[in-house]
Design a binder for this molecule. Structure first.
Ligand SMILES: [Zn+2]
Length: 105
């Protein structure tokens, strides 16, 4: 299990749902360009982000690595909507919204 998954499970076990939701909603505040910088391990991006203390760089980094920042939106296999961000799962694209929905279930 990765650090990210471990942390998310920890939040659930400790009932720190506010933290869980914060990470889930990160995408709304972090721009694609900033996600790219996080993926490149550029900690200078922290100056542009307002993050709580408990959110450490490793968690942010693994969070960012879950996303493919791509130029063209792709079609999600679950909801069929076009999305810019998501993950490749068994070579199928899942948008981040469906990804989190599946994750919470
Ligand atoms: Zn979807």
């Amino acid at each position: 299990m990765g650090y990210y998954d471990g942390k998310m499970q920890e939040f659930i076990q400790k009932r720190q749902l506010d933290r869980l939701h914060f990470v889930e909603n990160l995408r709304k505040t972090v721009l694609p360009a900033q996600i790219k910088r996080i993926q490149q391990n550029d900690k200078g991006v922290l100056k542009d982000l307002v993050l709580p203390e408990w959110l450490d760089w490793d968690l942010l980094y693994e969070w960012a690595m879950r996303f493919n920042v791509i130029e063209n939106p792709r079609e999600c296999v679950l909801c069929n909507s076009k999305a810019e961000l998501g993950i490749d799962f068994n070579q199928k694209f899942i948008c981040e919204r469906c990804f989190f929905r599946v994750k919470v279930l």
